[in-house]
Write a protein that binds this ligand. Structure first.
Ligand code: CO8
Length: 259
């Protein structure tokens, strides 16, 4: 399938997806969502692809939010009847394999929310995160009030949502929103390097590790620990577990079957 609002490249076992509306600072409209949904579904379904990176085109923005021009004149009933924004859950968050957001420049509103849907964020030193929706008379609608609060805590999340203040890359790293900061010129290489490392791991174990960490946001401690133990026990039945442990004992790299 050819895309108009994103670019998709396969680099060995890593899928690189680039938001490609630089003239609108990569604002997220319905077409971007549909195309991202297809790209993430293809990535998930392709056994040769083992990690993905999502980034923005241009240096200025990862994404400056949901497309304000698309929403400006839309009747309220349509937002409700279309369950507007619900597609982000089914098209993007539902991805079972790991993916990284590589963020340079603005990640605002829906752009910040999209970055927070990733398994982790690597930020350029130019990154700026914010939930400025209040200035438009609305509020986050793609998970921002929940994911930002879980990532940085109530005080900072509340301040950012109520004032629209942006957080720079340093503060985002200090606050736990991003995994690490790299110089802007090295962002893509660093994100692709991390992705290649993840892609070299046993793929079922990568999916299970992702599911386990995400479980920490969905459930209480006792249930989370029980689920972790059960998922661990399931992994012990895989061929890759047998191979991984044999390779360790034989002091050689593992060769993964992905099952
Ligand atoms: N939507 C549409 N177009 C955008 C957006 C956007 N979110 N952001 C930027 N653009 C466009 C501009 O309109 C401009 O286009 P044009 O040249 O045709 O006028 C182009 O991108 C470049 O932008 P600027 O000229 O504004 O660039 P600046 O460098 O002056 O400013 C900023 C950069 C500060 C990032 C500025 O563009 C800005 O403030 N953007 C909007 C940020 C924002 O408010 N984001 C949140 C959007 S709302 C959202 O994400 C979730 C809403 C939930 C609603 C729930 C409803 C149910």
């Amino acid at each position: 399938m050819s895309y108009e609002t994103i670019l998709v490249e396969r680099r060995d076992a890593v899928t690189l997806i680039t938001l490609n509306r630089p003239q609108a600072l990569n604002a997220l409209n319905t077409q971007v969502l549909a195309e991202l949904g297809k790209a993430f579904a293809d990535y998930d379904a392709d056994p040769a692809q083992r990690c993905a990176v999502l980034t923005g085109s241009g240096e200025k923005a990862f994404a400056a939010g949901a497309d304000i021009k698309e929403m400006a004149d839309k009747p309220a009933a349509d937002f409700f009847l279309e369950d507007f924004f619900s597609g982000w859950q089914s098209n993007v968050v539902a991805t079972r394999k790991p993916w990284i957001a590589a963020v340079a420049g603005f990640a605002l509103g829906g752009g910040c929310e999209l970055a927070m849907m990733a398994d982790f964020i690597i930020a350029a030193d130019t990154a700026k995160f914010g939930q400025p929706e209040i200035k438009l008379g609305v509020a986050p609608g793609m998970g921002g009030s929940q994911r930002l609060t879980r990532a940085v805590g109530k005080a900072k999340a509340m301040e950012m949502c109520l004032t629209g203040r942006m957080m720079d890359a340093q503060e985002a790293e200090r606050s736990g929103l991003v995994a690490r900061i790299v110089p802007a010129a090295e962002l893509l290489d660093e994100a692709l390097k991390s992705a290649a490392l993840i892609a070299s791991m046993p793929p079922m174990a990568a999916m299970v590790n992702k599911e386990m960490v995400n479980m920490a946001f969905e459930t209480g401690l006792a249930q989370g620990i029980l689920t972790e133990r059960r998922l661990f026990q399931i992994l012990t039945a895989t061929e890759d577990k047998r191979e991984g442990m044999a390779a360790f004992v034989e002091k050689r790299p593992g060769v993964w079957k992905g099952r």
